[in-house]
Design a protein around this ligand. Sequence first.
Ligand SMILES: Cc1cc2nc3c(=O)[nH]c(=O)nc-3n(C[C@H](O)[C@H](O)[C@H](O)COP(=O)(O)O)c2cc1C
Length: 177
Amino acid sequence: MNVLALIGSPRKGSNTDILLDRILRGCRERMYTSEKLYLYDFEISPCIDCRRCKTKNYECAIKDGMTEIYPKMEQADVLLFGTPVYWYGPTGKMKLLIDRMRPFIASKKLRGKKGVLVVPCQEGPDACGALVEMFRKSFDYLGMEFVGKVLATAYERAEVAKNQEDLRKAYELGISL
Ligand SMILES: Cc1cc2nc3c(=O)[nH]c(=O)nc-3n(C[C@H](O)[C@H](O)[C@H](O)COP(=O)(O)O)c2cc1C
């Protein structure tokens, strides 16, 4: 199994990062290979709705950081999407990535892959409803399987590291994949 973690927090060593690391620790126990990408390290331009990805080998017309990310997503069996809640939605960078996933509608290249959502936020799980629904519907549309989520309460940098329960949940989710 090949696991790809996509980190949508601008802060390295952030709550999102820590939770994803715990999931990956569980995955490593299962001898899965894994890779982490910090989306803020990549230039990701907005989708311009040119619809070129419906033709031309389903390729995106925009050549930027996504050119490196697309093949990694295609090669993964499990995709971990990690983003803090920003105004009850994902961070801007994570939304840019999701919008650019449009080629996968026509190519169907994400079909059958497992999707996991990881979300820390100040207000806790009750504030994550819209975000979870957005991912659930998007995974569905792409033919992916929503196999798990970790919703954690945390505000300060690395605060989630003090919450053994959330860390355990993340680790066990990694094992269960
Ligand atoms: C621009 C911005 C908007 C935010 N909006 C919310 C929000 O609507 N609800 C909430 O509970 N927390 C909100 N937060 C807090 C973050 O979700 C929280 O600090 C989170 O732990 C950050 O994750 P990170 O450490 O992985 O970056 C917001 C933070 C920022 C910077």
